[in-house]
Design a protein around this ligand. Sequence first.
Ligand SMILES: [Zn+2]
Length: 245
Amino acid sequence: MHQKLLKSAHYIELGSYQYWPVLVPRGIRLYTYEQIPVSLKDNPYITDGYRAYLPSRLCIKSLFILSNETVNIWSHLLGFFLFFTLGIYDMTSVLPSASASREDFVICSICLFCFQVCMLCSVGYHLFSCHRSEKTCRRWMALDYAGISVGILGCYVSGVFYAFYCNNDFAPRVVVMYVIALLAFLFYISKVPERYFPGQLNYLGSSHQIWHILAVVMLYWWHQSTVYVMQYRHSKPCPDYVSHL
Ligand SMILES: [Zn+2]
């Protein structure tokens, strides 16, 4: 009776409090680090909250449950919507009001398109990393790496186009971007802070989540810098001796 509506309560640990009840749809259960397949074993300091052995349909459904991937998935899904919305805003308002050229439109579109691809590849990987087929998981992981490369390409294209434009203060903005990128990378490789609080940051506050949020911040910063330099370029044309070089 009412089998489809049945949900089971599962208790999870958040911080040092161990008994937060969450509703888990039928067919999905959460596993501990010891129970998951070797291919998913990447971070022993995340001790619980793993999804595993799921068919595609349940991977997608797991978007709406609290697991140790929830923040990873949603941070980049919201990141995707952020860059999608920024794209519409730029094309309809920011660029026309800065009397942007056709090149500006192309560069800005490439930049934001790359950022959106980067975000979606990451969402796909974190959503399907629990797929029951190891081959599927590996393909999604490759796509996640490819997505990061596409994101970097997006920064590079606008960077090359605007960076060396006469004398403006683009350089400090590039430095800030590198600092954010370095910080994100340090969290990523060091597994700080969960290393110091094993089992307590399974759902919230782990290094990968920080890396995800810093990735969105970094791409957002880069987008703002690109728009800033584009506006600067149109408001203060280069002196003759530079533009004739
Ligand atoms: Zn990730």
